[in-house]
Ligand binder design. Structure first.
Ligand code: UT7
Length: 322
């Protein structure tokens, strides 16, 4: 028994914020942001939207495209760094209830920007062990709700959005989630975190990031991570149809891609449009491929991500479709 990625869905809130818009709010320039990150625009959710409301929209699309009844879903898992509530109820409980899914397990995973790889890992384990038959996974991020509008290191980088997928069993390895690897090391916890109290240095409860350290760790860890998952599956970059990295910063994507010989044609880029949408970035990028008509049954995707924790991981996933 294998696990298969049946469908993908995404939602982007309508309010587009350009780098020029940010110039009037913080000490930055369009030129700096484009040169150092590749980002041109991002989307911010309205006051009435939450991570769960964004996630519900993405989930509805994934459910519709999988041609399944909502009642078939027997597990809901959500990755988010901006949950609607601090600890409870989980954003997964809220999304499940809004979709009319009751009496099935629902929980969140706190793996920040690596959230979607962690979700795939858990969904795969549940399906392959027979503990679930139809899993809804959602990366849902109202990241703007945890950003400090005065911190130019983070405010320019993140955007809001959601992505979702339906995972079901298959007998066919060539349409399966072939391999997922996840890892973490809390010794880097202070590189990227959201404090619960105002810190002694006056920093607030918003996201704190030592961007340049995270940048360097991302390039080195992800290069090693992707090299390892390719090697243990006896593959090289040429065996992959699409390299779909977490969209944190164009320079990270380019550095890792070049180390591992992915061509620009293979590499999926959305960071210029959406910024860094954390756990939503990979499913949003897969959704772009899908909506551009580029995704066929059995296409092989290589995913990678690194985020707060630090957490990181990679996956080799065939797109199964329906
Ligand atoms: O997705 C989860 C994990 N997160 C990431 O992967 C993010 C990784 N980090 C990054 O993407 C980059 O480190 C940033 C985009 C956050 C920052 O870029 P950088 O090239 O690492 O810049 P830096 O922090 O080393 O700062 C270089 C200079 C500094 O000025 P001085 O000290 O050289 O005068 C900063 O104050 O750039 C300045 N700077 C800015 N200038 C204009 C920092 N942010 C900005 C800004 N606009 N927004």
């Amino acid at each position: 028994m294998y696990a298969a990625l049946r469908s993908i869905g995404a939602y982007v809130p309508p309010h587009c914020v350009s780098n020029k818009d940010l110039e009037s709010k913080i000490d930055t320039t369009d030129e700096w942001i484009v040169r150092r990150t590749g980002i041109k625009t991002r989307y911010f959710a309205s006051d009435s939207e939450t991570s769960s409301s964004l996630g519900v929209r993405a989930a509805r699309q994934a459910i519709e495209r999988a041609h399944i009844a909502t009642s078939a879903i027997d597990l809901v898992i959500v990755g988010t760094l901006a949950p609607d509530y601090i600890n409870m109820p989980s954003t997964a409980c809220l999304i499940a209830a809004e979709l009319g899914i009751h009496d099935v397990p629902a929980f969140d995973i706190a793996a920040a920007c690596s959230g979607f790889i962690y979700l795939l890992s858990v969904a795969k384990a549940y399906i392959e062990s027979g503990m679930a038959k139809c899993v809804l996974i959602v990366g849902a991020e109202k990241a703007s709700s945890v950003l400090d509008p005065n911190d130019r290191g983070t405010y320019i980088l993140f955007g809001d959005g959601a992505g979702a997928a339906i995972i079901t069993p298959t007998q066919h390895k060539d349409e399966s989630i072939l391999d997922v690897h996840i890892s973490a090391d809390g010794k880097y916890a202070d590189c990227l975190y959201t404090p619960r109290q105002t810190l002694q240095n006056g920093a607030n409860q918003c996201m704190q990031m030592r961007g340049n350290e995270v940048f360097k760790l991302a390039v080195s860890k992800l290069t090693e991570e992707v090299g390892t998952i390719l090697a243990r599956n006896n593959m090289s970059a040429s065996d992959i149809d699409y390299f779909v990295p977490h969209q944190a910063n164009y320079r990270i994507i380019k550095a890792v891609g070049e180390h591992l010989n992915f061509t620009p044609e293979q590499t999926v880029l959305t960071v210029h449009r959406y910024g860094n949408t954390s756990a939503a970035s990979i499913p949003m990028a897969i959704n772009c491929l899908y909506e551009e008509g580029k995704l066929a049954h059995g296409n092989r995707l290589l995913l990678d991500a690194l985020g707060g924790g630090l957490t990181w991981g990679s996956a080799i996933v065939h797109f199964a479709g329906t």
